[in-house]
Design a protein around this ligand. Structure first.
Ligand code: NAP
Length: 355
């Protein structure tokens, strides 16, 4: 009987400001018999890597508040995009040894389909690609990569006749993908990028940003005025950053609204110049990855176009790794404090991080 220790990260309390490990979640352990745990026609997955993403903060809320992402349940393990390896199967579609990408609970071992009932539930087989760890499937080949790819479709046509692109929150999972992808397909664009530490600014310059600045130490509007006007703004921040961009957009400019991280934990500045939208005939296109028919078509194209670019080294894997399931709590917090340098990922089992 192979009894194993199964770690679990449980959601225990709604945060009001920043999420705190050990306060709003807690790590617990139980013993599990991997030979006898009931599968009910499903599969037993050993979790290899789990993604930490900013939107998880939206899920930490009262379940009566409607939002684009389902709420976490008090007393239940968290769940998010993950990769794993099938170790037992009662489902003919999977065999032991198969690698899978799915929406799994924060545990070492997960039965799929288990207790997740919300819309994000999925599980698909994934290949082992040469030179890449399985964790790439929660980063450049997973949700953040697909976000950058899908969102850029709204800008692709306009980019052909544009000169300047500004990207906020540029040094993370979505931003670095976007810079490398845009540099590959629209090399004529001048990319202005912002992030919050000197090391991140160096990174942005090294991967192709023509202008990179620290938004914590610089007057954003001044930089954009000097290097603009901005034809396309990729907004990951909202708040005062969006306000500075609005004031420096060119006529008929486009704003792709991808995220609003400045508002996830605290209020960091209001948008005071929304009138620029009509004054300058601006368009704003918001989106959620994977939602809508356009997104579904985009994701089919992603599977054809992106893996070859990744394998050719044009879009690179940059991970900030947290080791062991217990570190998932720190990983969740890191994307809000800016501690992560690259895609925040929890390597739950060493096989998840091996190239
Ligand atoms: N629309 C969608 O479907 C979708 C999907 C995925 C992600 N997103 C959004 O895309 C954005 C980036 O996500 P990601 O996964 O690539 O995260 P990430 O950049 O890897 O990590 C988040 C980063 O946000 C920065 N940050 C924290 N507080 C900030 C603030 N008040 N103002 C500006 N920056 C702040 C931190 O870096 P610094 O050191 O630079 O501050 C932190 O490292 C987020 O807004 C996220 O919600 C949207």
């Amino acid at each position: 009987m192979p009894k194993v220790t199964n770690g679990r990260v449980i959601y225990v309390k709604h945060p009001t400001g920043y999420y705190e490990p050990g306060v709003h979640t807690k790590y617990v352990e139980e013993q599990l018999d991997t030979d006898t745990v009931p599968l009910n026609g499903g599969i037993l997955v050993k979790i290899l890597a789990i993604s930490s993403d900013p939107y998880m903060r939206h899920r930490m809320r009262d379940e009566n508040i409607p939002l684009f992402a389902p709420p976490l349940k008090i007393g239940e393990p968290l769940d998010n995009f993950s990769v794993g390896k099938v170790i037992r199967s009662e489902d003919p579609a999977y065999a032991p040894g198969d690698y899978v990408s799915g929406y799994f609970t924060f545990e070492n071992y997960v039965v799929h389909p288990g207790n997740i009932t919300h819309v994000f539930k999925f599980c698909t087989k994934i290949p082992k690609l040469p030179g890449l760890p399985m964790s790439a499937f929660v980063g450049i080949l997973g949700m953040p990569g697909k976000t950058a790819y899908q969102g850029w479709l709204f800008a692709k046509e306009k980019a052909k006749t544009s000169k300047t692109l500004y990207i906020s929150v540029a040094a993370g999972a979505v931003g670095t993908f976007l810079i490398e992808y845009v540099k590959t397909i629209h090399p004529h664009l001048k990319i202005i990028a912002s992030a919050g530490t000197p090391a991140k600014i160096d990174l942005l310059k090294s991967i192709g940003a023509d202008v990179a600045f620290n938004y914590k130490e610089t007057d954003i509007a001044k930089v954009l005025a000097e290097h603009g006007p901005i034809d396309i703004y990729w907004d990951n921040a909202s708040g005062s950053t969006l306000d500075a961009a609005l004031c420096n957009m060119s006529t008929f400019g486009l704003i792709v609204s991808c995220g609003a991280i400045s508002s996830y934990n605290e209020d960091q500045g209001a948008v005071k110049h929304f009138e620029k939208v009509f004054e300058r005939s601006l368009s704003i296109h918001g989106f959620i990855v994977g939602i809508g028919d356009e997104a579904k078509r985009a994701l089919v194209e992603f599977e054809k176009e992106i893996p070859p670019l990744v394998l050719a080294g044009k879009i690179k894997l940059r991970e900030h790794r947290f080791y062991g399931l217990k570190s998932a709590e720190q990983a969740l917090r890191s994307v809000h404090t800016g501690e992560n340098f690259g895609k925040a990922v929890v390597i739950v089992d060493e096989e998840g991080g091996a190239a």
